[in-house]
Design a binder for this molecule. Structure first.
Ligand SMILES: Cc1ncc(COP(=O)(O)O)c(C=O)c1O
Length: 221
């Protein structure tokens, strides 16, 4: 079993899910040279200021407005609005394949397919936030594999290092090197203790067939 599909070439190691989203947004801005994002109502992407900017829930944002990033919010799963909403001036669209904090709302396959098609046509990056759905929880290693739709960047975290702090942003191979030295970094990201735990986490994921087990348990419930 491969943990990351071969179309992805770079993994940015971080200390949390929210940091993984932060670097995904930075990467989108650097690659696209554009500033604005499209995100979805009811989404949750974390509590630092960039990821909070794309979180579509007033409850988390209210006390901290105005937000640093310019973000438009759209209804989740509104397939018929995708064509109108994904405009060429966007840096990226960020979406959870299954909204987690928002109430376990799976994306409709046609919604993710439409986002993928229109973002590709208009040169807009597509980010899947898999911090909650990733690492075997939905019957595949990544939820997007259930949909057959690949993003340009995806984020993950939570259980990867078995409870030690980790976040990852994974970027498609075709984007090559993204940052110049010093443009991105973190003192503790990728530290040996967490990496040993993450290596053990990957071994458990594979050796214990975690995705298959999740699928079987999901099917029987
Ligand atoms: C989809 C999603 N993105 C980002 C985050 C933020 O992760 P962390 O709490 O590790 O910063 C969460 C946390 O629940 C999440 O569910």
């Amino acid at each position: 079993m491969k943990v990351v599909p071969s179309s992805f070439g770079k993994v940015f190691l971080q200390n949390s899910g929210t940091e993984a989203v932060e670097v995904a947004l930075k990467i989108a801005r650097k690659i696209s040279k554009k500033a604005e994002f499209l995100a979805f109502l009811n989404s949750f992407h974390g509590r630092t200021m960039g990821s909070l900017s794309v979180t579509g829930n007033e409850k988390y944002r209210r006390a901290f407005e105005p937000m640093p990033y310019k973000v438009r919010f759209a209804p989740f799963n509104a397939v018929d609005q995708v064509d109108k909403l994904v405009t060429e001036d966007l840096a990226a669209v960020i979406v959870e394949p299954i909204q987690g904090e928002g109430g376990v709302n799976p994306a409709k396959p046609e919604f993710l397919r439409a986002l993928r098609q229109v973002t590709r046509e208009r040169n807009v990056l597509l980010i899947f936030d898999e911090v909650q759905t990733g690492f075997g929880r939905t019957g595949r290693v990544w939820a997007f594999e259930n949909y057959g739709v690949e993003p340009d960047i995806f984020t993950a975290g939570k259980s990867i290092a078995g409870g030690l702090p980790i976040g990852v942003a994974v970027v498609r191979r075709e984007f090559g090197d993204i940052f110049e030295p010093g443009e991105h970094g973190s003192t503790f990201a990728g530290n040996p203790l967490v990496m040993a735990a993450a290596k053990a986490g990957v071994e458990v994921l594979i050796n214990d067939n975690v995705p298959e087990r999740a699928r079987a348990m999901g099917d029987s419930s």
